[in-house]
Write a protein that binds this ligand. Structure first.
Ligand code: DGL
Length: 269
């Protein structure tokens, strides 16, 4: 089996492209195949059983595309279905929760960490549990911010509506005197300016995708799976709904043009 096979990345939709963006910086020679389940997005408000079923199907898609490792870019899936993907995939798997938790534990000096994410991610307590395992002395404060997802997709990065929503969501966290905040959702790195401003820039923002990209590099080394080629890598994009607007919106998340986007049929909403 060749190490030039792509790393498979999957997400509920478009947001996982922020993780791909971080991966292209940290792993500039790796081929990447991305699958976004755009027919069934969002996963954040759905029950964990439904998300676990979807995660199993998403894993099968990537395995059929002959990937050498799987990155679960979606925080909601990483929070409730990491075990499902690990059992199903025949290749190494990494989610975004543990790398994000590790980065937060390293960053906090006051041992007061905030987490923002979807309702599914927050209700799962996955970040809280991961942080407590690493350092039981850290206090964790979680806040779901579901409206951040459509605002980021709409491109309302610097819009007064986003500022208003962000103030409302983040207010309880400011009362807790956190010094570190995990952006526990694929979309939130796009809103890091407004979030940082509201928290007066004295809170360290942890981008789980960024932390995960660094962890993927280690995982490839451990499994002897790094691509020896120094050619420009190939990025392939697959979605489960017609790719209407995926390229346009995706460009903002990925930070570069996507090129061709392929549809995989057979996913019922
Ligand atoms: N990708 C999801 C996450 O990181 C956000 C979008 C959704 O709710 O599906 O949790």
């Amino acid at each position: 089996m060749s190490n030039s096979r792509p790393i498979g990345v999957f997400d509920s939709g478009i947001g996982g492209l922020t993780v791909v963006r971080a991966m292209t910086r940290h792993l500039p020679h790796e081929n990447i195949t991305y699958f976004g389940d755009t027919a069934r997005v969002p996963y954040g408000p759905k029950s964990s059983q439904v998300v676990r079923d979807y995660a199993a199907q998403d894993t099968d898609v990537l395995m059929r595309l002959n990937v050498k490792a799987i990155v679960i870019a979606c925080n909601t899936v990483s929070a409730v279905a990491l075990d499902v993907v690990q059992r199903r995939a025949k290749v190494p798997v990494i989610g975004v929760i543990i790398p994000g938790a590790e980065a937060a534990v390293l960053a906090t000096s006051k041992k007061r960490v905030g987490i923002i994410g979807t309702i599914g991610t927050v209700n799962s307590n996955a970040y809280t549990n991961a942080i407590r395992q690493l350092d039981p002395g850290v206090q964790v404060f979680a806040q779901p911010c579901p409206l951040f997802v459509p605002l980021a997709e709409e491109g309302w990065i610097d819009h007064k509506a986003t500022e208003l929503v962000a103030r409302e969501y983040l207010f309880p966290l400011t009362l807790q005197k956190i010094d570190t905040l995990i952006l526990g959702c694929t979309h939130y790195p796009l809103l890091s300016d407004v979030i940082g401003r509201i928290l007066h820039h004295d809170v360290t923002l942890i981008d789980s995708g960024e932390a995960t990209a660094r962890a993927v590099s280690l995982m490839l080394d451990q499994h002897d799976l790094s691509n020896p080629s120094r050619m420009k890598p190939n990025l392939q994009f697959y979605v489960s709904d017609v790719p209407y607007k995926f390229s346009e919106v995706g460009e903002r998340f990925l930070g570069q043009k996507l090129g061709m986007v392929h549809r995989i049929a057979g996913f019922a909403a």
